[in-house]
Design a protein around this ligand. Structure first.
Ligand code: ADP
Ligand code: MG
Length: 360
């Protein structure tokens, strides 16, 4: 197994010397940053292909724009040995554009997550929260296919209130629920080489966030198994906001910050990708020991990166304002020393590349 993952060529070298990332240092959290269109998602794909080729580190990819739904398909004309090897990897895509549905069993969510989804506050809605809490004991005996009927069958005012709430908020209508079918956690437990969670296919952002929460809850609940996993979150500002507004957003941020702070010892390693450092909660950002920076022209954002990632030299950070698409600065533990890189080409297909203007 190669310890060095080839990702492209060194920008400064005349003979296009290869650039590498150190595979074993992916057991740290990584921050992947650059303005929209700088090539983050494409470049991330280049790295993830190498991870699948050279390591047995399972990938869990939270993919809000369905950009990785074709990670298991080779590009037309990709006939290299790497393409052949990648073809044999187990890439499992869950979601609308995937091979399997992305479904969650409501009853299996942790209490706090159930309450957040149903917008039940432990103080303001004390009675309902308490009833939800009491239900935890029998939750595994409830037929998940008909939770509302179960609640109505109890014949108590509080149970009715809970049922009303689920119906009134439209939660029972969500596509997300498994209703007796296969739970996302069952797929995660099979630790495919890559599990792509296509969050882009849901009709509402609330469902998409609840799906992400269920995935992270599951991985956290199983943390003691200490299966090393790389949890890739593209467009991480959707899930780890510095100013979460809804209960589910708050729990998501809390969970990601918790994984950032404590996940390393359990083998839960984050790779957070976003456009600007200020869009992700600082307590997640500050735990990242690896930095990949693509084009970034805002001096304010560059100054913030300099503050948080002291290991990235200021002179190199400044270069990023003149990067063209596909150029990146790598700094931190996963490179021997900070380097400027021209990213290599993808082997697998991109999912949702830019929409082209139709020409006559
Ligand atoms: N290194 C590259 N080589 C070729 N095309 C690229 C490269 N990087 C990005 N692109 C293309 O540019 C567009 C935007 O890239 P993307 O990775 O989606 O940017 P970002 O995620 O930063 O918004 C995509 O259509 C992608 O195919
Ligand atoms: Mg992108």
């Amino acid at each position: 197994m190669a310890a060095e993952l080839p990702i492209g060529t060194l920008l400064e070298s005349v003979d296009r010397a290869p650039a590498h990332v150190l595979a074993r240092k992916l057991n740290r959290h990584t921050f992947w940053c650059g303005q929209s269109g700088s090539g983050k998602t494409y470049a991330l794909g280049v790295l993830l292909e190498q991870v699948m080729l050279e390591t047995e580190l399972p990938l869990v990819i939270l993919d809000p724009n369905s950009d990785f739904v074709r990670l298991g398909e080779m590009r037309a004309g990709a006939h290299s040995a790497s393409a052949e090897a990648l073809r044999s990897r187990d890439v499992r895509v869950l979601g609308k554009k995937g091979d399997h549905d992305l479904k969650v069993q409501f009853t299996e969510l942790p209490l706090k997550s159930k309450a957040a989804v149903a917008q039940i506050d432990p103080i303001l809605d004390a009675e309902e929260y308490n009833q939800l809490l009491r239900l935890e004991d029998e939750v595994h005996t409830i037929d998940d296919r008909d939770l509302v009927a179960f609640l109505r069958g109890k014949g108590s005012v509080v149970h009715d209130k809970l049922a009303n709430r689920l119906e009134n908020l439209g939660i029972t209508e969500w596509d997300l629920w498994a209703w007796g079918g296969r739970n996302v956690g069952d797929h995660l437990d099979e630790t495919a080489d890559a599990t792509v969670l296509d969050l882009g296919g849901f009709p509402t952002p609330a469902e998409s966030r609840a799906a992400a929460l269920a995935v992270l809850d599951h991985l956290w609940a199983r943390r003691e198994e200490r299966i090393g996993r790389l949890i890739v979150i593209d467009e991480a500002h959707n899930l780890c906001r510095p100013d979460p507004a809804t209960p589910v957003e708050r729990l998501l941020t809390e969970r990601i910050v918790q994984i950032a702070a404590e996940g390393r010892k359990y083998g839960l390693w984050l790779l957070l990708s976003t456009q600007r450092p200020s869009k992700v909660h600082i307590n997640a950002l500050s735990q990242c020991d690896n930095l990949a920076l693509m084009r970034m022209s805002s001096p304010k954002d560059l100054a913030e990166l300099g503050d948080v990632f002291g290991y990235a030299p200021a002179s190199m950070l400044e270069r990023s304002s003149s990067f063209t698409q596909g150029q990146a600065l790598f700094a931190g533990g996963f490179v021997d020393s900070p380097v400027l890189v021209q990213m290599g080409a993808r082997i697998t297909e991109e999912g949702g590349s830019d929409v082209a203007v139709p020409l006559r």
